[in-house]
Write a protein that binds this ligand. Structure first.
Ligand SMILES: [Zn+2]
Ligand SMILES: [Zn+2]
Length: 261
């Protein structure tokens, strides 16, 4: 599978990046048995719908997988809703786009666009609710949501395709579920918004060092990619703090960057 970073700025869009959105693509087969490429989005945060159009027609994505309902992870579904509802480009009738998220996702999105909860966006989006630890299959992807440690209901997503594993932490502080989430992952895409020594609050975000500790504890991780750095962070500091513990392959997410795994 191939991951493309669409947006990776933490908590809000920055001057060079939208907020969280990652495009994940893999080959599989369609309902007719013919080979085709499947595309899912991990989060669709503020500002991300713009740059997403550089990579793919947003109306062609097979599903949107939300880690949680903070604005920087879900708000550009408002724009996708407008595209699906009003774009003159076919095909018609347009299939509803599946959206997986925490409890309350449909009402959250309706409220974000100032729509009545019923029908909300239900003609355009097929909203489904995660159950902690319960895998769902989307084309060739097996996706397992695991509840993580953030002030709202939030999930890390473990995505398996063939023998490859991507673990996306979403927003989280250290917690026990990071172990099964990240175990033997080819790549861990980890929240690293906090800076040790500056941000001491518990239960919100990992730092570079906390992310490194999490992947070491999980065992078998091949590659750590730090993400969700807010615009006021220095990436070099984040990398240095991760390097205090982790000497394996290490990168910082940047818009347009792709990772094959
Ligand atoms: Zn966030
Ligand atoms: Zn958050």
């Amino acid at each position: 599978m191939r991951l493309t970073v669409v947006g990776c700025s933490g908590s809000l869009p920055g001057p060079a990046s939208a907020a969280s959105c990652y495009l994940l693509e893999a080959d599989g087969s369609g309902a007719d048995g013919e080979p085709r490429t499947w595309r899912v989005l991990l989060d669709l945060g503020s500002g991300a719908l713009g740059p997403l159009q550089q990579f793919v027609d947003p109306m062609s994505v097979d599903a949107v997988l939300l880690s949680h309902l903070h604005a920087d992870h879900c708000l550009d579904l408002c724009g996708l809703y407008v595209m699906l509802k009003h774009s003159p480009v076919g095909p018609w009738p347009r299939p509803r786009v599946p959206v997986w998220g925490p409890a309350g996702t449909a009402a959250r999105l309706a409220g974000a666009y100032d729509l009545p909860v019923d029908p909300g966006m239900s003609a355009e989006l097929d909203v489904q609710t995660w159950t902690d630890g319960e895998s769902v299959r989307i084309g060739p992807f097996a996706v397992t949501p695991m509840r993580v440690n953030h002030p709202v209901e939030a999930y890390g997503l473990r995505i398996e395709h063939d023998r490859s594993v991507l673990a996306y932490t979403g927003d989280t502080d250290s917690c026990d579920s990071l172990k099964p989430l990240c175990h033997n992952a080819n790549m861990v895409l980890a929240d690293a918004a906090f800076v040790d020594g500056r941000d001491e609050a518990d239960g919100i975000h990992l730092s570079g060092r906390r992310a490194a500790q999490a992947v070491l504890d999980a065992e078998g991780v091949q590659h750590l990619v730090l993400t969700h750095l807010p615009p006021w962070n220095d990436p070099d500091v984040c990398v240095a703090q991760a390097r205090e513990l982790w000497d394996g392959p290490l990168d910082v997410a940047a818009p347009g960057r792709t990772f094959d795994l």
